[in-house]
Ligand binder design. Structure first.
Ligand SMILES: Cc1cc2nc3c(=O)[nH]c(=O)nc-3n(C[C@H](O)[C@H](O)[C@H](O)COP(=O)(O)OP(=O)(O)OC[C@H]3O[C@@H](n4cnc5c(N)ncnc54)[C@H](O)[C@@H]3O)c2cc1C
Length: 488
């Protein structure tokens, strides 16, 4: 069983061995805090707690399948090539000094026994124990059983997806400019997005802006050849903004030629043939799913209390609570938790980075206070507003409920706000320097060929020339849809 002289990895391995041999646990000298998820909540709360309590007072272990935290508000700009994907992630081991990082997926939580099962990328699942648990597991894409969706679509929740979408879109331009098949060209140049919330609108706007910029280098593609389609179930876009500002954004995007189907649902997309609930049909090779998120399902499968939407139920102190009664030694916040909004009584804080960062700070403070016998505080934050980028030098922003910005001013507010919020000085500097480079040298618009299947050429080289062409075609067909291996 883990003892306090071991690092977290040793703890984990020792724990796995001990589980098998059924040893009795030895008492720990200092409490161990396990933080599930190294995203906004995980990174900021672990950092805050480490600042409040030294390594001799508390051991902190962060568990995440990725070795980095992703600053998601910048994903649309990654997909548009305005920011390098590596610059929107903060490596956990670098950002979390004095904290152990375990790379693996939490696959089961047993809070009654205070044990977590972790499944590493390679090797057998193992268990670790804890004294206090912080749940910052975030959300996952909310998908629906729509025919063809799982095979054709890609989500837009992480940096890998954003980079894949960017490479795929530029690759489609490259390939479409080299074919005379009219139907195939049309399919390749039709880019479809489902879900007109913040992520979807920023993604379609940024990518359309990039594509329009990119085709200036293609003699055979004109702006009229590109078709960008947004399918949204509600009768408006951007519910996070006031109606007049959301309508401004809608008109601006329509003016740029983006096609909107509001009050419309995706009914089917088998083999890239889109059919909507209003009877519209067309072919597409790019289907990006941004139609909402749900709390990480690992929580719903645990013995922790969840609401009807599968979110962890917590008090304003961010302590987990069942029917208002504190569940000892468990904390939660962010997209996976229903955090009461004390500014708007009766409602819950919206799942966004603005709240998540502040909740994480308070969670770190409260956890330190709990361990040191201090007083817990309640989470209360009045939103400073909403900012969205709609492409290079274009945006929409609403601050403090009164100040409204459009176009360049809103875009500048967006860049300044999120550039400042990006964790670590290293990443902030890289992002600002990248923007400066881009301003001087123009946006980078190259798709690195088969980056998503780097072994393809080597595989083909082992075949005779005729078979190489067949294999390339097969790979191309497999890679037609964004996210699948093949040229991207
Ligand atoms: C495309 C996009 C654009 C956005 N734009 C904005 C914006 O403009 N403004 C804004 O305020 N907010 C925005 N958001 C929302 C914001 O990013 C989230 O609300 C915020 O990141 C939530 O923080 P979190 O810690 O709860 O979740 P996350 O930051 O998502 O962290 C969850 C972590 O849990 C890890 N994890 C998942 N499953 C497991 C597991 N089984 N075991 C261990 N770890 C696991 C994940 O790898 C991840 O690191 C955007 C989100 C997206 C996707």
């Amino acid at each position: 069983m883990p003892n306090d002289d071991l690092t977290a990895v040793d703890h984990a391995q020792a724990s796995a061995v001990d589980t098998a041999e059924a040893h009795e646990p030895r008492p720990r000298k200092i409490p161990r805090i396990v933080v599930l998820g190294g995203g906004t909540i995980g990174l900021y709360s672990a950092r805050r707690l480490r600042r409040r309590m030294g390594k001799r007072e508390v051991a902190i272990v962060v568990v995440d399948p990725r070795p980095y935290m992703t600053y998601a508000p910048f994903l649309p700009e990654v997909a548009a090539g305005s920011i390098d994907g590596r610059n929107v992630v903060a490596p956990l081991r670098q950002a979390l000094k004095g904290v152990d990082v375990l790379q693996g997926r939490a696959t089961s939580i047993d809070h009654a026994d205070k044990r977590i099962e972790i499944t590493p990328q390679q090797g057998e699942p193992y268990e670790i124990s804890y004294d206090q648990l912080v749940v910052g597991l975030g959300s996952v894409s909310r998908t629906l059983p729509i025919p063809g969706l799982a095979e054709q679509a890609i989500g837009f929740k992480n940096v890998e997806e954003a980079v894949a979408v960017r490479n795929h879109v530029i690759n489609r331009l490259d390939v479409a400019s080299s074919t005379w098949d009219v139907e195939l060209r049309r399919k390749m140049l039709t880019f479809t997005f489902v879900g007109g919330g913040f992520a979807g609108i920023e993604a379609i706007a940024e990518i359309e802006d990039m594509a329009m910029d990119a085709i200036k280098r293609y003699d055979s593609i004109t702006p009229d050849d590109l078709r960008f389609v947004m399918i949204e179930g509600a009768d408006r876009i951007l519910p996070e903004l006031s109606l007049p500002m959301a309508e401004y954004a809608l008109e601006e995007l329509k003016r740029r030629g983006i096609e909107f189907h509001l009050s419309t649902f995706l009914s089917s997309c088998v083999d890239g043939h889109v059919v909507t609930s209003t009877g519209v049909e067309f072919d597409t090779e790019t289907l990006v799913w941004t139609a909402g998120v749900k709390a990480n399902p690992v929580i719903g499968e645990s013995d922790l209390p969840v609401d009807k939407m599968g979110r962890l139920t917590v008090l304003p102190t961010l302590q987990v609570a069942r029917d208002g009664v504190v569940v000892p030694d468990a904390w939660g916040a962010g997209d996976c938790a229903a955090v009461p909004d004390l500014v708007n009584p009766g409602s819950f804080c919206p799942p966004n980075a603005q709240h998540a960062i502040r909740e994480a700070w308070l969670l770190g403070d409260n956890l330190a206070a709990e361990l040191q016998g201090g007083e817990l505080k309640e989470y209360k934050h009045k939103s400073v507003g909403t900012v969205a980028s709609l492409g290079l030098y274009k945006g929409v922003a609403e601050l403090f409920g009164h100040f409204k910005f459009r176009g360049f001013a809103a875009w500048a507010v967006h860049r300044t706000y999120h550039g400042g919020a990006m964790p670590t000085f290293n990443r902030k500097l890289r992002i600002f320097m990248g923007w400066f480079d881009q301003f001087v040298l123009h946006r980078e618009l190259v798709s690195l060929g088969s980056i998503h299947d780097p072994r393809a050429e080597f595989r083909h080289a082992s075949l005779p020339p005729k078979k190489q062409v067949d294999a390339e075609k097969k790979d191309e067909q497999r890679g037609e849809t964004v996210g699948k291996p093949g040229p991207a």
